[in-house]
Design a protein around this ligand. Structure first.
Ligand code: NAP
Length: 419
């Protein structure tokens, strides 16, 4: 059956034939736990699209930490939370990064057309939400595509809202194009999205997990802004990787032990010991920089283990901006540093269209390395999420080949040869 016959009323025409069913890496509630077993390949119906949506034939899918959480069912059960919101499905198809070819567009979509080669940004929202309609930042009430929403990129076809679908960089292969968008757009919002604390030339920025998905993008965005990133890493090898991306230097976190909640403020001895170690960490930042300056921005995502030291080393009037709590959520803030030194502690989540377009334009201009790490087969989705969850994944963004038959296809030069 053609896709036209399967579209919701008002759906527009399409490229080629869309099968009734597709293969997908599916998570179900009775399999929540280790991603190696939570993800299983199943055949499910190809989803229908609404007038504001786009059906994409997935060529490659990027792997992100969010689907480690989805597979574990922690901290939320994404299937149950969608069902509470009225959605019918009893399964989750994740995947928040995609490169692919537009197969069908809904009648209200004007920015993309059948056969366009595209990527997808992760900011998803309800255009009818009063908050969004009032013109305020839609992502404040938004969701993360392929995590909070169903029918992400770990399947032959995915569904995105039209505004999320952006042109693929022509010089990148399918797997390169699928690698960086979720982490890159998130990093872009963290560094450029918070008025009064946008990253600027000369700023020192401390980037946790500098060789990881978010960190690798943050280091590059700092370089492009003329800022000096200091990466925090767990080995010299990872630190050198960050320097190649443009970091001014790095700190090896394995040399320190002041993690998690510090001793209570009325424990004078404990506080003294913690502060001594925190000062030593701050000095390591100066040594990495070659000058005695503190970070104007601290780029946070580990959470519970690192927030106290992030707040401590941030310069007076600076900002700690955070998008995750990978090590835990019960973080402790010594509020004296916030009010006396007038530091800002800012949450950040996903991206809006403006931020996604600005980031994608940098990628299309060849100014951002997508930091492609491993390229794996569709069958390996569970295994690579397991490794990411236990912290043993190699540096760079892991990508799964879906429709792309082999690595290396999708560049402009391939098309010239094919023509
Ligand atoms: P990643 O590629 O696994 O990188 C995380 C990095 O954190 C690792 O490279 C590791 O580097 C570092 N790390 C691990 N344990 C640490 C600890 N105890 N203390 C300090 N650093 C530690 O993951 P990612 O893609 O960057 O994502 C990181 C987090 O952000 C995840 O929880 C993800 O779900 C979240 N996230 C949120 C959003 C959003 O919009 N809210 C978007 C993207 C990602 P070293 O071992 O070298 O230090």
């Amino acid at each position: 059956m053609t896709a036209k016959g399967r579209l919701a009323p008002g759906g527009q025409s399409v490229s080629g034939v869309v099968p009734r069913r597709m293969f997908a890496q599916v998570v179900r509630q009775d399999r929540f736990g280790d991603p190696r077993t939570a993800f299983q390949i199943e055949q499910v119906a190809v989803p229908e699209i609404r007038p504001d949506e786009v059906l994409i034939r997935v060529m490659a899918a990027g792997v992100n930490f969010n689907n480690v959480w989805a597979a574990r069912g922690v901290p939320i059960d994404v299937i149950a939370s969608r069902q509470r919101a009225g959605e019918p499905w009893d399964f989750h198809i994740g995947g928040s990064d995609a490169s692919g070819v537009v197969q069908a567009v809904g009648s209200a979509v004007t920015n993309v057309h059948a056969d366009d080669e595209v990527i997808v940004h992760p900011g998803y929202w309800d255009a009818e939400d009063p908050w969004v309609k009032s013109g305020r930042d839609p992502m404040v009430n938004g969701r993360i595509w392929g995590y909070d929403t169903n029918f992400g990129s770990f399947a032959e076809f995915c569904v995105a809202q039209g505004h999320q679908v952006l042109p693929k960089a022509e010089h990148l292969t399918w797997e390169e194009a699928a690698a960086p968008t979720l982490v890159g757009t998130t990093a872009y919002r963290m560094l450029h999205g918070w008025r009064g604390h946008e990253v600027k030339r000369g700023d020192v920025v401390l980037v946790w997990g500098g060789s990881g998905g978010l960190g690798g993008q943050a280091v590059q965005l700092c370089r492009l802004a003329g800022a000096r990133a200091v990466a925090v890493v767990s080995s010299d090898e990872r630190g050198e990787y960050c320097k190649r991306l443009g970091a001014a230097g790095y700190v090896d976190r394995k040399q320190f032990n002041h993690w998690g909640v510090p001793p209570h403020w009325d424990d004078a001895q404990g506080q003294k010991a913690w502060t001594g170690e925190a000062r030593r960490f701050g000095k390591a930042i100066w040594e990495a920089l070659g000058e005695r300056r503190n970070p104007a921005i601290v780029f946070e995502h580990p959470g519970e283990e690192t927030i106290p030291i992030s707040i401590f080393v941030c310069e007076e009037g600076g900002m700690v901006v955070i998008c995750a709590g990978t090590t835990g959520y019960s973080a402790m803030v010594d509020v004296r540093y916030l009010w006396v030194r007038q530091k800002r502690f800012q949450g950040s989540h996903g991206c809006n269209d403006e931020q996604a377009i600005a980031y994608n334009d940098l990628v299309r201009a060849g100014k951002i390395d997508p930091c492609l790490g491993r390229v794996v087969k569709f069958e390996e989705v569970g295994q690579v999420h397991h490794e990411m969850g236990e912290g043993s994944a190699p540096a760079g963004n892991t990508v799964v080949l879906v429709g792309a038959a082999q690595p290396g296809l999708g560049r402009r030069s391939d098309k010239i040869v094919a023509d």
